[in-house]
Design a protein around this ligand. Structure first.
Ligand code: PLP
Length: 418
């Protein structure tokens, strides 16, 4: 550890100082659990395209794209242009804006199960709103989700994401096992009358880029329907995998869909969409629940989101798939040369590395915890910024040459680890 850690510290004194200052005023030094790592996170000064620059002037190829929210990299010129225009025209007001209509219409056109939609400011809020709808519609309280699934930082979901760490929401949440339809069916059979909604990701993001088998989702959806619960598909990450969302690839027709990340074009966003009869819960003419929010559907986010979604075409999604395959193949070859065990989960432009012979199924409790932490620091030492948990997220502004550069740098980082 010491050599890699020592190099990290030597290269990043400005980040260390900034972190020590931050902890005095912000608990833990930051406001985002998934953006903290030991010994301290980097202080980023600016970002452009595929690059991040830290306070010490080090450059990194960004392999995270803000945990999937940037489909087109940083400061994508068409988004900068749209947002700059909008900022000059005003950033938020009471009253509608044209971009909300256009983004809503675009999403409805693209995603077959979505008849209507409402916007918020985070994927967490999207989950909260989906849960509110389900509770009002069913008159029930509880949630069924996958163990190690992630639907945002709401108490009801936290206990599923980190069952060994956060137990305070446990009374409201049942947990099934991802890709094990029987476990969900059993819970719905035994407790169906208490369960308002079943939440599932089509690809587990935080859980390690684990793909759902289509049959698993279909069986769970059928069991939810039979039990009178709503079926909510969380496409906050997975929407980037196809123009119609992952549901179009999997043949799933959820009652409600959660959106976030790429539909905001780099700005804070969330949305819940689905069948009109359910969304009607929030119709202000006859509301059955409250949905308000000072910044909901603000014109800056909406105009950025519209550009982001429109420019996320099938051709570009396919191109990212090709680049991801190229990267996975190169990383596998590099690890092979070093006799380092490496397995990679992949779904389209998303990858997750595991330094084990076989990728684990949906578990954050991993055998390679020490190795992946080392690799994370070593990767930064070699000018790459993946997630601490080994997630890699591509963008539409990457090309073959960049992928090859990433593979070379990653190979050097793996050599340090080996
Ligand atoms: N759902 C999934 C699948 C996510 O990955 C995330 C965030 O990573 C969320 C919900 C929560 O979104 P946000 O971080 O915008 O609150």
């Amino acid at each position: 550890m010491s050599k890699i850690l020592e190099t990290y510290r030597q290269r990043t004194p400005g980040s260390a100082a900034a972190h020590h200052r931050a902890v005095k005023s912000v608990v833990g030094g930051n406001s985002r659990g998934s953006a903290y790592w030991n010994p301290y996170p980097l202080m980023i000064e600016r970002a452009s395209g595929t690059r991040l620059i830290d306070i010490d002037g080090n450059e990194y190829i960004d392999l995270l794209n803000n945990y999937t929210s940037l489909a087109h990299g940083h400061a994508y010129p068409p988004i900068v242009e749209a947002v700059t225009r909008q900022v000059e025209l005003g950033t938020a007001w009471v009253g509608n804006n044209r971009w909300q209509n256009e983004l809503a219409e675009t999403l409805i056109e693209r995603v077959a199960s979505v008849e209507s939609i409402r916007f918020a400011n985070s994927g967490t809020e999207a989950g909260m709103l989906a849960l509110t709808i389900a509770r009002v519609v069913t008159g029930r309280d509880k949630v069924l989700m996958a163990r190690f699934g992630y639907h945002g930082s709401l108490m009801e979901f936290e206990v599923g994401s980190f069952p060994d760490l956060f137990t305070h929401g446990a009374d409201n949440t049942y947990l099934g096992n991802y890709n094990d339809a029987g476990s969900f069916e059993e819970i719905l059979r035994a407790h169906g009358e208490e369960i308002a909604a079943v939440f599932l990701e089509p690809v587990m993001g935080a859980g390690g880029v684990v793909r759902a088998a289509p049959e698993f989702l279909k069986r769970v959806q059928a069991a939810a329907k039979a039990g009178g619960a709503l079926f909510v598909l969380d496409e906050v990450i997975a929407f980037r995998l196809a123009t119609g969302g992952a549901q179009s690839l999997l043949g799933i027709d959820p009652d409600l869909t959660m959106f976030g990340k790429v539909i905001g074009g780099g700005f804070p966003v969330g949305a819940v969409g689905g069948r009109l009869e359910y969304l009607k819960v929030f119709d202000p003419k006859a509301p059955r629940a409250l949905h308000s929010g000072t910044f909901n559907a603000n014109p800056v986010t909406m105009t950025a989101g519209l550009v982001s979604v429109r420019e996320l075409t099938s051709a570009r999604i396919e191109r990212m798939d090709e680049l991801a395959t190229r990267l996975a193949d190169s990383l596998t070859a590099a690890a092979g040369k070093l006799s380092l065990p490496l397995s990679i989960n992949r779904a389209g432009s998303l990858l997750n590395l595991f330094f084990t012979k076989q990728a684990p199924q949906a578990t954050p409790v991993r055998e390679d915890a020490a190795t992946i932490a080392l690799f994370h620091l070593a990767a930064m030492n070699h000018g790459l910024m993946p997630a601490g948990r080994g997630m890699i997220v591509l963008s539409t502004v990457m090309d073959d040459a960049l992928i090859d550069e990433i593979a070379q740098r990653a190979a050097a980082a793996m050599a340090d680890v080996a």
